[in-house]
Design a protein around this ligand. Structure first.
Ligand SMILES: Nc1ncnc2c1ncn2[C@@H]1O[C@H](COP(=O)(O)OP(=O)(O)O)[C@@H](O)[C@H]1O
Ligand SMILES: [Mg+2]
Length: 389
């Protein structure tokens, strides 16, 4: 059993990041929760988003990199019109990790949608960030996760899996690229057998690996889900409902590869005529509230949020057990929908984590239970001010 290593951001600096022209935050108390409170539009979520860029991916809003650059009125006129131009942005941070102190710098350097990364001053790949820091988050956009678009659920699932399997995101991209090309060929009526065969080989190899990773990670989390973290939180059960994930529960991966390969060949004609194809790109999952024996989509908004928190807490516990390092947690508008009993139980759990938790909310009062155990900041007009407890 590992003794968990404390992880946290000790210094955060933003440049031309959304509403922040410049922001420099030195955290004196390294590992205690960071609580940002302020009115709507004050700049709280922007800070959480900046922290999320210390991990691989498109951040907690999942956006194009150009959208992140600060929009500001430039003193430049063209044909009499004042232009609003995006500028380059950057986030830099000092982070305490299992491997010691690490400096991370990230941002865009031009018009490209690619995010550059530097670790300790050296150019690095985004994927390398995953080895330095893991990051999990919950945002208000996920409050309707169980009732809304399956694509949002898939994204949630794949982020969850990617936090355990560093190759997952790349395999998913490979699968999606091959599927897109396969789909275009067929819909355009170009039945090039050799090309289709090659794409199907890619789809089978990457698609079954993606589904197997989803099945594996959900199984690994399930023990901690069943045990639960605190009786204030419902026991959640994740049931994968995708065709390949279901097949993998009953057959070895090689048999599922053969099955998917045969399905693809068979689907060529029907897909070209406008039919659909079930694969990793249509996968979904269901969450059950075990005490109520009820599908999460039928639970109240507050219960749904508590179920999501149960999943995140189980994920965090599994990572800590397996890797000895707890991921950074970003909880945007965390108090919304939670009753005071659950909220305070959550704060007690979070205050004991060996990692830093960043939280935001509009109402400072709802964090009163954390008094003396967290660093509180007032956020107003994209300026942070430390509150004295
Ligand atoms: N690229 C951008 N450039 C400048 N301002 C932005 C950009 N993106 C968002 N904003 C502004 O940042 C402000 C703060 O947003 P946010 O951090 O989401 O507020 P909140 O405190 O409610 O979480 C909003 O008023 C929004 O209009
Ligand atoms: Mg916000």
């Amino acid at each position: 059993m590992f003794s968990p290593v404390k992880t946290g951001v000790t210094h955060l600096r933003l440049n031309h990041f959304r509403s922040y022209a410049f922001m420099d935050l030195a955290l004196e108390t390294t590992f205690e929760p960071v609580v940002l409170t302020g009115r709507n539009g004050a700049g709280k979520t922007n800070v959480l988003e900046a922290v999320s860029f210390l991990a691989p991916g498109r951040g907690l809003r999942s956006v194009r990199m150009a959208d992140v650059a600060r929009r500001c009125e430039m003193d430049r006129t063209l044909g009499g019109n004042v232009l609003t131009l995006p500028v380059r942005w950057s986030v830099s941070a000092h982070v305490r990790t299992a491997a010691g102190a690490v400096q991370i710098g990230t941002g865009t350097t031009g018009d490209s949608d690619r995010r550059q990364v530097k670790i300790d001053g050296k150019n690095a790949r985004q994927a390398d960030l995953g080895a330095v820091l893991r990051c999990l988050w919950l945002t208000p956009a996920q409050d309707k996760l169980f009732c809304g678009d399956p694509m949002a659920r898939r994204r949630f699932l794949d982020r969850l899996v990617g936090a355990f399997d560093p190759n997952h995101a790349d395999r998913l991209t490979e699968y999606n690229n091959a599927f897109r090309q396969w789909s275009c060929l067929l819909r355009d009526g170009r039945f090039d057998a050799a090309w289709l065969d090659a794409l199907e080989t890619q789809m089978v190899m990457n698609g079954v690996a993606v589904s197997a990773s989803r099945t594996d990670v959900v199984a690994r989390i399930s023990d901690n889900l069943r045990r639960g973290t605190d009786k204030a939180f419902p026991t959640a059960e994740i049931i994968l409902t995708g065709a390949l994930e279901k097949a993998l529960a009953a057959q070895p991966a090689t048999a599922v590869e053969d099955m998917f390969c045969a399905q693809l060949k068979h689907a060529r004609k029907s897909y070209a005529e406008g039919g659909s194809l079930a694969g990793p790109h249509t996968a979904d999952f269901q969450v059950m509230h075990r005490q109520k024996d009820m599908d999460a989509s039928l639970c109240s908004t507050g219960e749904q949020k508590a179920l999501l928190l149960s999943v995140i807490l189980a994920e965090m516990k599994t990572m800590t057990d397996e890797q000895g390092v707890c991921p950074l947690l970003l909880l945007d508008e965390v108090a919304a929908h939670l009753d005071v009993h659950r909220r305070n139980a959550l704060f007690d759990i979070l205050a004991q984590q060996p990692t830093q938790v960043w939280m935001s909310g509009t109402d400072a009062e709802s964090f009163a239970h954390l008094a003396g155990r967290a660093a509180f900041y007032d956020v107003a007009d994209s300026t942070l001010e430390r509150k004295v407890a």
